[in-house]
Design a protein around this ligand. Sequence first.
Ligand code: CUA
Length: 276
Amino acid sequence: MDDVNHAQRFTILWAVSTVIAMVLVVTIIGPWLGPPHGSEGASSQADTMTVMALIATPVLMLVGVYLVYASIYFRQPKGGALEGPAVRGNARIQTTWIVITSLMVLSIAAYGSIELIGKYGVGSGSGPSPLTVPSGKKLRVQVIAQQWYFTYRWPQYGGVETPHLVLPVNAQVEFNVTSLDVIHSFWAYQLGVKADANPYANNIAFVKPTKLQTFEVRCSELCGIWHGAMFDHGKVVTQERFNSWMSEMQTKFAAATKVLPPFSLTYLPEPTRRGG
Ligand code: CUA
């Protein structure tokens, strides 16, 4: 009878604490998980993080509540060192355990794959021919990494190259990420974009910024002594402000644009070739 009581009591404790913890996950922890909602993709990533945390909560509570419960009720008697009963298996518990954990892992795998292949999984940098391409007009921005900074080339604006990244709000952006020397990684955290920057490769990532904001740009791949300094702030601005910024850049860098090699998806790494 004692065993049945424990099982029942533990199950109730676990169920109640799981419900409470799930509410806390949605209301308090969820908003702290994942990137801030700076783009469609970032919002989707943040929601995915919350769903994953929700799935993990019952498991965490099972372990945590059992740890506390066992250390209160299943203690060794003072001064004694008793052997526990020789349990050699319990087919029902084992089957239940395998079925439930398999279902959880498989459904997480399916959910993750659907999210990744779907509309909002496109900020990851999926190589030169991504599985999913958002429809409509795209603003192309080539992200060129080198030791130790990123520059941005704009093929739709005469191939001008800018030292900072400014994007118009609600525009569908196509990043073409490449490198001139070693492997870097272009990471715009608030926009939910992270794409490897490899020499000789064009890595495509899409993003649609949904609000006016300042976002961080970091290199996310150890790329040499000043890797840590490969950092900048980008901006999402209105279309009008973007237009005036762009014409300012075109004027400012007109001389440099003339001596740049023609726009290409990858470039030879020799600095002298690009320096002119
Ligand atoms: Cu570039 Cu680290």
